[in-house]
Design a protein around this ligand. Structure first.
Ligand SMILES: C[S@@+](CC[C@H](N)C(=O)[O-])C[C@H]1O[C@@H](n2cnc3c(N)ncnc32)[C@H](O)[C@@H]1O
Ligand SMILES: [Zn+2]
Length: 367
């Protein structure tokens, strides 16, 4: 087999060691992880297969879930998740392994969305402190799905990486010629202080412990590197009351009917799909994110100069706007101002990893 280059940004998701070596004698696992090639951590001896070009740098928890799911695919009993955190991750694996193609199709071509991502990434680029001289730049998109955010806004980055839990999603990322890593957002398998920007679009509410992801992102960012989170439903947006609540709760059977006529409603094909999606969108289902909570996550993780804003309105000059008709209706029926953007617009946040002051030298001390 030809020589394989291991990207120099990888680290073991469990022990953080960068001593990963290429092996062709990995222990056999269930399909599709039944390959003998991949990486081995020389420190803790964990193994990480490479499947169809995807680097599977799974944490112990995600490995267990992936193998359970793969065995279920081979006809064994339905996998059982141990706790809520595992249930949410398993729901994400199941749902995105099934809908990956539809998600990609219905998303890749949406111009306003691509433009939004492009704009946000440009903001994140400008917000970074300059890297040290000779530094090789890396951008990582966490919860990348089929790679919608990897196609643009990546000039100047040597490593462009998509991270997701779904192998089906990541095969599409490989097809795009990008680096695809199957990993848990809460245990990012990259070297400490190595990464310039971590983006997370429409994914934070899929994580059972978003604060753990923010910590993990901060750990791998270099000093002055940026974490950019966007597309996060807020508590205000999810706060439907009175008739608004009634209509919101009544939407599911209507969506199931619509799903029979239009592929656009692929997430609502049947009750089980809807149940799984509610589980997968954990934070949204449980009422959305308070801006102050997200602010606290960033601060606790050592991410400074926080910019918190709605959608792309980084300078807060658009307090009012017109929501789409569904949100407008829900807010009106809930007796909440439908034109106040903070009542419905998604939350975005950007923070920069603290630059540690270098210790003064003896001569500076003396002066
Ligand atoms: C709503 S999609 C967002 C996709 C894309 N970023 C976008 O803006 O359209 C959420 C993605 O997060 C992934 N995901 C969910 N939980 C994850 C986790 N714990 N670690 C990594 N990816 C996860 C899902 O597989 C899915 O692809
Ligand atoms: Zn290790």
């Amino acid at each position: 087999m030809s020589e394989v280059t291991i990207p120099p940004i990888f680290a073991c998701p469990e022990c953080d060691s960068a001593q990963l070596t290429w092996r062709e004698d990995l222990s056999p696992a269930v399909a599709p992880f039944d390959v003998s090639e991949g990486l081995r951590c020389e420190n803790c001896e964990r193994e990480f297969p490479r499947v169809g070009g995807v680097w599977v740098l799974w944490s112990d928890a995600v490995k267990r879930l992936q193998l359970l799911q793969a065995e279920a695919g081979e006809g064994s009993a339905e996998p059982e998740a141990a706790d809520l955190s595992e249930q949410v991750k398993l729901a994400n694996i199941k749902i995105y392994d099934t809908i990956s193609e539809s998600y990609g199709e219905h998303h890749d071509g949406i111009r306003p969305y691509t433009q939004t991502l492009l704009f946000l990434k440009a903001l994140g680029d400008d917000f970074q402190a300059p890297p040290p001289e000779g530094h090789t730049r890396t951008i990582i998109d966490v919860g990348c799905a089929a790679g919608v955010g990897l196609d643009f806004g990546v000039n100047g980055y040597t490593h462009v990486v998509g991270v997701d839990l779904s192998l089906t999603n990541l095969r599409a990322v490989v097809a795009k010629g990008r680096l695809a890593v199957l990993a848990d957002a809460e245990r990012l398998p990259f070297r400490e202080n190595a990464i310039d920007m971590v983006t997370c679009f429409a994914t934070l509410h899929h994580l059972p412990k978003p604060e753990v992801f923010v910590q993990s992102a901060s750990h791998i960012l270099r000093e002055g590197g940026v974490l950019l989170v966007a597309g996060e439903p807020t508590r205000a947006a999810m706060d439907h009351r009175g008739l608004g609540r009634f209509v919101f709760d009544a939407r599911k059977p209507i969506y199931r009917l619509l799903a029979r006529r239009s592929e656009k409603y692929f997430l609502h094909a049947n009750r089980e799909q809807q149940r799984l999606n509610d589980l997968a969108e954990h934070g949204r289902t449980h009422g959305g994110m308070e801006p102050e909570t997200l602010e606290g996550f960033f601060a606790d993780a050592g991410l400074e100069d926080l910019q918190l804003f709605y959608d792309t309105d980084v300078s807060h000059f658009r307090p009012y706007g017109v929501p789409d008709w569904k949100m407008g209706l829900l807010k009106t029926l809930s007796f909440q101002n439908p034109f106040k953007r903070s009542n419905w617009a998604n939350l975005s946040a950007m923070g920069r990893k603290r630059v540690r002051q270098s210790k003064p030298t003896e001569s500076e001390d003396a002066s």
